[in-house]
Design a protein around this ligand. Sequence first.
Ligand SMILES: Cc1ncc(C[n+]2csc(CCOP(=O)(O)OP(=O)(O)O)c2C)c(N)n1
Length: 645
Amino acid sequence: MLEKINSPEDVKILNDEAKKQLAEDIRNYILEIVAENGGHLASNLGVVELTIALHSVFDLPKDKIVWDVGHQAYVHKILTGRKEQLKTLRKLNGIAGFPKTSESEMDCFNTGHSSTSISAALGMARARDIEGKNNNVIAVIGDGALTGGMALEALNDAGYSKTRITVILNDNEMSISKNIGGLNMFLSKLRTKKTYTKSNISAKKIIKKIPVIGKPIVKIVQKIKRGIKQLIIPKMFFEDIGFRYLGPVDGHNEAELERMLKITKELDGPILLHVLTKKGKGYKIAEENPDKFHATGPFNIENGESKKAKKPDYSKIFGQKLVELARKNDRIVAITASMKDGTGLSNFAKEFPNRFFDIGIAEQHALGLAAGMAKEGTIPVVPIYSSFYQRCYDQVIHDIAMQNLPVVMCVDRAGIVGADGETHQGTLDMAFFRLVPNLTILAPKDFKELEDMLEFAINLKKPVIIRYPRGGEENYKFIQHEEIKLGKAEILKEGQDLTIIAIGKMVARAIKIAENLEKRDIKEQEQKSINENLGLEKNLNEKSIKAEVINARFLKPLNKETIKKSIIKTKNVITIEDGTIINGLATAIKELIIDEKLEDINIKSYAYPDEFIKHGGVEELEKIYGIDEQNIIEDIKKMKIPIEK
Ligand SMILES: Cc1ncc(C[n+]2csc(CCOP(=O)(O)OP(=O)(O)O)c2C)c(N)n1
């Protein structure tokens, strides 16, 4: 079937049987691609019938579908002309793992972060009304994403506004792991109820047309029905806040889904269609391990095993050290916004269930909660991915920093994350946190330094940010590990010609560059003496680059004294960081040079430019942006070092 599908029009003409076959083909196709490229498997397998039904009933791009998080949009991409390109999923210059308006007019809104769809869809619906158009607007949101504050804010607004909009609640009882919270408890009551449909809509239309008494009859019937509904479906939350609730409907019964979607088209005002799906549907291994196959690297289809051996990563090291510290200090608590496994907290959750809080996809609340807990004497540790920390900037400022509360904020996935692309790249955190008074900002050069920094942060009794990257250590073994002291950098190598200042994962690169420059030196000198012995020309490159390497450790407070001393000595400065060029390490060093009136300084900075960084392999992206070892070495060679001092 898949071969025949090039656009939604090709889907619309299929009969039920053909659609069943199409669903199977799509599942196999996605399975093959994700097993090869990695990606969000289980969520996509869960929405195959739903997506076929949506494209059977609605007409894109006139009608709008906003996919919440957008990780489940692979089926939509297949059905909207990107079937072949999907083979390049998440690769550099390939198809993105999330909806992109730049990729297709069928993607009406970019997503990647959770809980934004209802706001965006409501905005589109309101704009439609102002423009006098009549298209349909649909938000597809998971039960996990519904726990996010922004989704609830939008429901509140949409229900009251009476704007015509359909919210499809894709309920699989899972966020990445098991969904939690009061809303989930409420949904579980609805799940077991019989489908509540508006099958009498046409009857309602006819009665309404009866002169004089028609409309009042409809109103009375509606009141009675609402009363009955209150009896069968306990606490009609959605109806009470202004939505018409339809469902629950079997999300793998395509024909039934189509029937319900057609009903939503008939109705006015905000509608919530409750769809029950199974995460990983059709691939048994993912059905049984939906959390593992939420997002996966390349794997073996036969047994579900990862193709790459799993090496320790920063999240794991963080989690292990936290458990060790928590055994000694029972005031330590951990909070996660639905990312227990991803942030390395699984063992903590097992060992300290009473000190572990999974609060749903609610980063703002996570930090507000941490502030309250810190105020009353506990030490909250809150690992959140860098790009999701963007969500809770004001909580960091208003609730934590302004009151100088001892919350340890761990910024996981800092820097470039690669395949997930621009919504997930963690390049902005250093820039936006550096602005905030009272924050101490650290980044470790390796696992050991992360452990030391975590211990330091827990004892600091002040708000602290520790940022670390996705994945493992750089390919460099550090021997030196000085004790962490507030605002103190670490000199890893002394030199006179050039100061290389780096932070976090880039420290390993800095030292490798410095070693390479010296080795090159030795080689050149050897070559020189051979040439001299042979009586050949002496005019070889005689420059000798001895770089001083400073591991900044603290972006804030910056170790101004140590850095200043080195800069005055070498007069040549290189900064390297895995964040944006604006307001990070580069800016901090330039400010220092200006404030201290240091003269005749050569400075070159390596960081990401002021733009959103697309998806691709981390190393590929580093090369593109010239932040890789080789490029920096080449640049240094051009720096005319040593300069006249
Ligand atoms: C603000 C934010 N926090 C965390 C995430 C990471 N994340 C991606 S999908 C997901 C779970 C979504 O669950 P749900 O909405 O139920 O969709 P499902 O995958 O179950 O279909 C999470 C936590 C995110 N994308 N955005």
